[in-house]
Structures are given as C-alpha cells and as structure tokens.
Ligand binder design. Sequence first.
Ligand code: SF4
Length: 201
Amino acid sequence: MDFTNVTKALTARGFKVSSFETAKEAAEYLNTQIDGATVGFGGSITLEELGLYALLSGHNTVFSHWHLPEGGDAAALRAQAAGSEHYLLSANGIAETGEIINIDGAGNRVASAIYGHKKVWIVAGKNKLAPTYDEALWRARNIAAPKNAQRLHAKTPCAVKADHCYDCKSPGRICRALTVLWGAMMGSDMEVVLVNEDLGY
Ligand code: SF4
C-alpha cells in the first residue's frame, strides 16, 4: 500500500509519521526509540502482534493491563500506564485524510491518547486505513468494534457474528466513547507508525 497521501495528511495535522513494510521492522524501530523510560500500553492486538511488550520490557518499565502479573490489579496498571512517559496504542480507523478514530469502553486508552505523556505512539497496520473520514468511522464502528466485542465474549448482538454494529443498548456494550484526533494535541509529541501489513482489527 502506498502511504504517501496519508503521510502528507497526517503530517499536515501535526503528527510525525514513520512507515515500515513489516511489523518486525516497525517493532525494531520502536525498540530503538523507546529506552530507559516508563511505557504504558493501551489494549491492542496490534501491539501484541508486534511483540512489543516483551521487546520493550527488556530495557523499559512497561505497564500493560493485558500482561497482568500474578495477583496484579488491572485498574492499578491502567493508572500506571496513564502516568507513563510513553504511551502506545493502535487505532480503530485512520482516514487517508488524516483523522484518527478510536472507540473505547473503559476510557483509559482514549484518555491516554489525548493527554498526559511525553510521547504517544499510534501503531497501525494498513487494514486500519480508509479513504475518507466517513469510511474510517464506519470501519471503527462496524469492523473493529464488533470484532473486539467477539474477542471479549461480550453479551452484545455484534459479538455473535462480528458482522456489523447494532448500536446496542446492552449492559455489555463495549462502545462507550468515540474519539477523533483531528490533529496532534497541542504541545504534544504524537507519532503514527504505519505498517504495510494487516495488524489487529
Ligand atoms: S455499540 Fe453494541 S452492537 Fe455496536 S459494536 Fe458496540 S457493542 Fe457491538
């Protein structure tokens, strides 16, 4: 996939952008960029597929509620992640016009994407891209969210077939907030790491 247009659009909106052909190359890059720091992870299949928890844990202090130690407290880990110097997450949809969309249930991931870190890294495979804002929004709601609901065994209509969003009112609804980054937040350092492979959903 050609990242030229999305790179231009993201750059114009204040994001740094780096792009790689493979997940392995992207992981190696991040492993060189983040060193001797505290690092928070948002829940992300993409980050798992890059093997970043193990890589970065070798020379950073990494907080990920998906890697809960025996007897650990997920809420405490989320709070520690929120207070970290670096924060890593993926996106549920990125428009080639530069908007970055995320849907969240607990809110830790979208809150940390917006505020509170020395640097935020948004890692995304080519499958997260859509030509327009409307199509990226559609993707986030109808592809990413139902697949996440299915993964979490949520008691929601979308989790049965992961076919589309039913805009449910279920108690188990995982879609509680939607954020659109129209640009890098003021005073922030945000880098989008694009990978020319399908990663996560
Ligand atoms: S709003 Fe409900 S039906 Fe739609 S994706 Fe989220 S959990 Fe599934």
